[in-house]
Design a protein around this ligand. Structure first.
Ligand SMILES: [Cu+2]
Length: 118
């Protein structure tokens, strides 16, 4: 009588896992919606969605839980980015939802542009 347990185990796993991932796809969906309304000329400088989870302006670092980064071919995740100028982060706090542009520069991931999400 092991088989009847399996659906229950699967249900528990799904119930535990789905909420943890629910936010990332929602963010990606918002990004997609924006793409459809954006002018073609804006594609090269399009911004990605994220939320600041850690911030250390003095160290020129911030951690972002980000949606898909199409220009870097990166799926949604939480990771550390660097900035080249602490002033870029002056107006931001942990917990802020942002739109940002990330670039790979000499092997490091840098936020080159960031603004608060509307
Ligand atoms: Cu990433």
């Amino acid at each position: 009588m092991k088989n009847p347990l399996h659906p229950l185990v699967a249900a528990c796993l799904l119930a535990g896992v789905l909420p943890a991932f629910a936010q990332a796809p929602a963010t990606a969906a918002d990004t997609h919606a924006d793409h459809h309304t954006a002018a073609p000329g804006e594609a090269a400088s399009e911004l990605s969605e994220g939320e600041i989870t850690r911030l250390d302006a003095k160290a020129l670092k911030l951690t972002l839980r980000h949606g898909e980064l199409k220009n870097l071919n990166m799926p949604p995740m939480t990771m550390v980015f660097r900035v080249q100028d602490a002033a870029l982060l002056a107006a931001f706090n942990v917990g802020d939802r942002v739109r940002f542009r990330a670039e790979q520069i000499q092997g490091g991931y840098y936020v080159t542009r960031i603004e608060k999400a509307p």
